[in-house]
Ligand binder design. Structure first.
Ligand code: IPE
Length: 279
């Protein structure tokens, strides 16, 4: 096969592990160690044979990125150390995730988005995907993350794990996207503040677009847009008929079930008919 051809790997699943699941959000540089180990076990138990994992920043990447205003782009040289610290925080978290996967005998290999992606005004412009597709074809599990990246307009920017999964899913023609969040899925209201909020099991793209203004905004430090931003980033992939399932990864077995395409509590989003119904 031609070296730079866009390669589609059969039945590829892209899994996002939210920063709020793998870290203790609000407690600086604190990993959620038990969850990281359990999620690695669930991934090992699943039947998936082609997988890319992307994890978020949580209390590792977001607070430092915010402190140095990395997402606003380069303003002066005092931010350079902030870029380094943001990237290094993500490398540290990535190492923890990868170690847990390797402990489960999963051949995980980290890929630094800052080394293979350049954004333009925050949107992915250049992506060298050949090492990634090679890893996949050989049976490795590439593990990427939201990162501080170089930007052709702004100097640098923050690339969210959500923009990354959407782009990877489209470019590699993924079968499905699985989002491991800290909530059960998309609800009719914010479940963290409104007890009458009901989970939406299944929603079409057009219904999702209508719901957008209502979707909660994150309450803690999130330089990449909270829940609303996350869902919006998925729209291009859903437009390409790649279904997305959102599950609560803080609850045991959900990720294993979602990876296996088994029935699981959560929200399925696809480009289908209007079928949204609360429970
Ligand atoms: C953010 O990635 C990465 C950095 C701040 C460096 P995400 O936006 O995907 O992280 P979470 O899942 O919201 O924590």
């Amino acid at each position: 096969m031609e070296e730079n051809a866009i390669t589609s790997v059969s039945k590829l699943i892209i899994l996002k592990l939210g920063g709020s699941v793998v870290t203790v959000k609000g407690r600086l540089f604190t990993p959620e160690k038990e969850a990281i180990v359990r999620l690695a076990e669930e991934i090992a138990q699943s039947d998936v044979n082609s997988l890319i994992i992307v994890h978020g920043g949580g209390s590792f990447g977001h607070p430092v990125a915010k402190q140095y205003e990395i997402n606003s782009g380069y303003r002066d040289s005092s931010q350079l150390i902030g870029f380094s610290k943001t990237h290094q925080a993500m490398v540290t978290l990535n190492r923890l995730v990868i170690n847990s996967l390797i402990d489960q005998n999963i051949p995980a290999v980290g890929i630094q988005p800052s080394s293979c992606i350049i954004t333009k005004s925050g949107r992915i412009q250049v992506m060298e995907e050949r090492p990634l597709t090679r890893l996949l074809r050989m049976g490795f599990v590439p593990v990427l993350y939201g990162d501080a990246v170089f930007d052709s307009d702004k100097g640098f920017a923050i690339l969210s794990g959500d923009q990354l999964i959407s782009t990877l899913a489209i470019r590699l023609n993924a079968d499905r996207i699985v989002i491991g969040a800290d909530v059960d899925g998309i609800c009719t209201a914010d479940p963290k503040i409104d007890p009458s909020a009901k989970l939406i099991n299944h929603i079409s793209l057009s219904e999702l677009k209508k719901l957008q203004p209502k979707i909660e905004k994150a309450k803690v430090t999130d330089v990449t847009g909270g829940m609303l931003g996350k869902i919006m980033e998925l729209i291009p992939a859903i437009e390409q008929k790649i279904p997305v399932v959102i599950v609560n990864a803080a609850k045991p077995n959900n990720i294993c079930k979602a990876l296996n395409d088994e029935k699981v509590v959560g929200t399925i989003i696809n480009k289908g008919e209007d079928v949204a119904k609360p429970n």
